[in-house]
Ligand binder design. Sequence first.
Ligand SMILES: Cc1cc2nc3c(=O)[nH]c(=O)nc-3n(C[C@H](O)[C@H](O)[C@H](O)COP(=O)(O)O)c2cc1C
Length: 184
Amino acid sequence: MLKIGIVIGSVRQGRNAEAVANWMYDFATKRNDAEYELVDLAKYPLPLLGAAIPEAQQKEAEATMKAWSEKMAEFDGYIFVAPEYNHAVGGALKNALDYLNPELNNKAAGFVGYGSLGGTRAHENLRLILGELQVADVRTAVTFSLMTDFENMSVFKPADYHANNANDMLDQLLKWSKALKTIR
Ligand SMILES: Cc1cc2nc3c(=O)[nH]c(=O)nc-3n(C[C@H](O)[C@H](O)[C@H](O)COP(=O)(O)O)c2cc1C
């Protein structure tokens, strides 16, 4: 069975990413067509890539880097649940991706976002980044509006129609994840 990681791409305290990722996980799991797993970026407190690390924190930082690399290497494909910060992907997710390369090569990714325009500018930004990491990004994304799919921009109440895009995105993701597995 294909293994798909659903990455919670925000570490902000009070983040919306968690509720959105949980929704995606529940939705995907009900299809019973792959093994889905939530990967919470907040559980991998990576230092800024290349920044000096105090000696007392060195061992822990190295263990975190190793755990992040090994976890992400486990999957055949990914769903990035990504907020939009200043028309781009958030800094924490970009930093975490900068630690990876072979772990992601020849795998596939789909996107789930939220924002004033559904997080689409973060998705487009992520597509550029993932291209460099040799990840095949699928066309359909799930795009929630902070205005209509959340109460007070913080309580997640998704409209039913998003199920169509979620199914399309998953169909595309699983096809490409399966195909790319044959060339790794
Ligand atoms: C620094 C910052 C910049 C933001 N920029 C945008 C933006 O450019 N477009 C947008 O739609 N939302 C923007 N937002 C709103 C976030 O998308 C929204 O707060 C979302 O809930 C953030 O995801 P998170 O709660 O999972 O961290 C911004 C929020 C912050 C804190």
